[in-house]
Design a binder for this molecule. Structure first.
Ligand code: IMP
Length: 427
């Protein structure tokens, strides 16, 4: 198999970093296709922890071609810091290429993100304030500035001058905030232009050529299905397309090229930011799960809301992504919990349904219908095959497969590379 898409099947933070890292070893090319530095992928290499926001996780293996695709909104300040951080730890970053079609995040996007969140008041989305939404707004409004513009300074200067002037007016007149200094922004970005120039490439050609040559390409999704602009819990979503179809748009490949789609499913559910969450566990039990799973944001450090596994969500994810397999993560976190609960449907106005509603008002009214399963108490962090897992643990996995109709291919029982059970390798 040559092309595999890896997507988050829940609200992000499913542990994609670890699974990408596992698959990246087998891939020749790793491509990020959407989102930006709102993402945070944690990868453990031995005892060393790497937190990546923009650079594809494949960078941790020497000799891989790693691509930041056209669907990404790129904050050059974050990228430069990340590259310096990796270099200082001895990681060779020479395999990285950035799409000339990717859009740039400018300082005023981050300022707008913060001030617009403030103005939403109670209706705030809980964004990461990394400028993601405003940058995608400019892209859709056809006023965005692309990475390729850094190669033509006159063009870049003209576009920034126009956009910054307009944004300063918006900040002053609507939000009563100070604006940005044009010269300072231009100077800062002149530095990024010099630094990033050698990395800028026509990534669409690179990816398609690699596929034509039969090389293995991994498309690394960020965020998750329920944060997708169309398929997620709108408006409490991000501004891009984390679903598998987003890989086609955000990397410039046709759908006929994709062979497999792996959904990363955490053994329970978490969510950061606002919005309804039917299986949320509040109070001390929720706090205990958060501590046990170390559920604090990689990008913002915010505590994540925690809850039971929800297969209504997962069936939605299986459908909209066309999942061919599941990578189940953080199964070890459930050890000792008794009993375990899996949400199998939603009770809505007296009727139990199995479909995920589009309306947030309806979702808020939905009550989860649970099936209870016996837990396990044995330490599973050393398990390396299905047979090493306790019977109740295997039953939990089997139930997940039955309720979603998707086979489990990979199981993570700890953060390290070797703490992985492989039932079927996607490559
Ligand atoms: P934004 O992407 O910063 O605009 O944030 C929009 C929503 O997506 C908020 O609820 C964020 O908490 C959420 N979000 C964005 N990126 C991630 C991620 O990588 N993991 C989990 N949630 C995310």
């Amino acid at each position: 198999m040559a092309a595999v898409v890896l997507v988050g099947a829940q609200w992000g933070d499913e542990g994609k970093g670890k699974i990408t890292d596992y698959l990246a070893e087998k891939a020749d090319v790793v491509v990020r296709y959407q989102g930006g530095s709102n993402a945070g992928h944690t990868v453990m290499v031995g005892r060393e922890e790497f937190k990546l926001h923009l650079v594809p996780s494949g960078i941790l293996y020497p000799g891989k071609l790693c691509i930041i695709g056209n669907g990404v909104v790129l904050d050059p300040a974050v990228l430069v810091e990340e590259l310096d951080g990796l270099a200082s730890r001895g990681v060779d970053t020479s395999g990285l290429k950035i799409s000339n079609r990717a859009h740039l995040i400018l300082p005023y996007h981050k300022g707008l993100d913060a001030v617009q969140e403030e103005h939403r008041g109670e209706a705030m989305i809980g964004t990461t304030k990394r400028g993601i939404g405003p940058a995608y707004v400019d892209k859709a409004a056809r006023t965005g500035i692309r990475v390729g513009d850094l190669l033509d300074w006159e063009e870049f200067r003209a576009k920034v001058t126009h956009n910054l002037t307009a944004t300063n007016e918006l900040l002053a007149k609507i939000y009563d905030r100070p604006g940005y200094d044009l010269q300072a922004v231009l100077e800062e970005y002149a530095g990024y232009a010099r630094r990033l120039r050698p990395l800028i490439a026509d990534s669409v050609r690179l990816v398609n050529r690699a596929l034509q040559e039969g090389r293995k390409v991994l498309f690394e999704g960020a965020q998750g299905t329920l944060l997708d602009l169309d398929q997620g819990t709108y408006p409490f979503v991000t501004s891009s397309y984390p679903v598998a179809g987003g890989a086609c748009i955000g990397a410039g490949v046709g759908p006929t090229r994709i062979d497999k789609v792996i959904g990363v499913v955490k053994a329970y559910t978490t969510r950061v930011g606002s919005g309804p969450f039917p299986t949320e566990i509040t109070g001390p039990a929720g706090d205990a799960l958060r501590q046990q799973g170390m559920e604090f944001g990689t990008t913002t450090g915010r505590p994540r809301r925690c809850g039971w596994l929800d297969t209504v969500i997962l069936r939605h994810a299986a459908e909209v992504n066309g999942l061919t397999g599941i990578a189940l993560t953080k199964l070890d976190v459930l050890t000792g919990l008794e009993p375990l609960r899996i949400c199998i449907g939603y009770l809505y106005r007296g009727t139990v349904g199995e479909d995920f509603p589009a309306s947030l008002k309806a979702l808020e009214e939905c009550e989860p219908v649970y099936e209870e399963l016996p837990g396990w108490h044995e330490d599973i962090t050393g398990a390396r095959s299905l047979e090493d897992l306790p019977a109740n643990c295997r039953r939990y996995i089997q139930r997940l497969e039955e309720l979603t109709g998707v086979p489990v291919h990979l199981i993570a029982v700890g953060p390290r590379r070797d703490q992985t059970i492989v039932l079927e390798s996607p490559f």
